[in-house]
Design a binder for this molecule. Structure first.
Ligand SMILES: [Fe+2]
Length: 311
């Protein structure tokens, strides 16, 4: 057997090697309202331009005008693609169709005032509903519209109605705010429950939703108790959002079986992607996809943005 030869390799690098050229990729960081954003791209515009005026004003409204403090966390793994969750939070009208709890107890109805406001790219969306004196004027119409379904039963009452009778602690009558910032951040106000939702994709078939619930330094013990009570709306077993997780699973399964097909958005599926002052819309889903296509350089922009029907 030939003797083993041992080679000693010099660890000295050649003169042309410069450590500056071989470091970790630098993450650009910027903060607004206590939220920290990061990007590896040096092409991304300054944060405030990226977020747009509606995101900035809602972050101010929800996180800056009072000093927030964390009151709890929830984490939920959903068997669906992260982009489906982005569709879910950009579709405000499903609330009164999917969520029996909301409709049954009059928390959210299709007739509520509100709107959809986007940034210049259509990628960030502020969906909001507004309380008004008219909200309960159409109970008869609702009963007729939901006739034959189990969605609306005006005779149904909660044993503990305090959950559904929340007096808003801001004086602007905005009942819900779902602020979705491309690609993975949502700031949400549902009544007096404030939360940051962060999406962490776990491959094409799953996403983890990390929810951080917020109260405020100025809260009284009663306000804190009220916030903790209404946390029951949202989360993996929340009265409202457990259905969102299941809807994502169903859509994921359906999408896999229809590979190559196109989805049709009936509510706002044609024309210019622009703000609306009503909620029965899913137009900002198109805003999301248009921006996603741009980011991925799919080259499909022309067909989904202009004043023409999509091709
Ligand atoms: Fe929902």
């Amino acid at each position: 057997m030939a003797p083993l030869s041992v080679a000693f390799i010099s660890m000295r690098m050649p003169p042309s090697f410069d450590k500056k050229d071989h470091g970790l990729r630098t993450l650009r960081i910027a903060a607004y309202g206590g939220l920290i954003f990061g990007t590896y791209s040096d092409q991304t515009e300054p944060l405030e331009d990226y977020l747009g005026p509606h995101s900035l004003s809602q972050i101010q409204r929800l996180l800056v005008q009072r000093k927030p403090k964390v009151i709890g966390y929830l984490r939920q793994k959903i068997p669906g693609n992260w982009k489906l969750y982005n569709e879910n939070v950009r579709d405000p009208y499903h609330g009164s169709l999917l969520h029996t709890f909301q409709v049954s107890f009059g928390l959210q109805t299709p007739a509520m005032k509100g709107g959809i406001k986007m940034d210049k790219d259509g990628k960030n969306t502020w969906n909001h509903s507004i309380l008004s004196a008219d909200d309960n004027k159409h109970q008869g119409d609702l009963a007729a519209a939901y006739s034959g379904t189990d969605k609306f039963n005006p005779g149904l009452k909660l044993n503990d109605p305090s959950l559904a009778q929340v007096k808003l602690d801001l004086d602007d009558n905005i009942k819900t705010t779902i602020l979705s910032m491309f690609p993975t951040l949502i700031l949400a106000q549902v009544d007096n429950t404030y939360a940051v939702r962060h999406l962490r994709p776990k491959g094409p078939d799953a996403v983890e939703l990390h929810i951080t619930y917020l109260g405020f330094e100025s809260d009284t013990p009663e306000q804190l108790q009220s916030r903790l009570l209404s946390v029951n709306f949202i989360g993996p077993s929340g009265y409202i959002s457990l259905e969102d997780g299941e809807a994502l699973r169903l859509v994921q399964e359906g999408a896999k079986m229809r590979s190559g097909d196109h989805a049709v958005l009936e509510m706002g599926g044609i024309g210019v992607i622009q703000d609306t002052d009503y909620l029965s819309q899913e137009i900002s889903i198109r805003g999301f996809w248009r921006h996603y296509h741009r980011m991925m350089a799919f080259g499909l922009d022309a067909g989904i943005n202009q004043q023409q029907e999509p091709v």
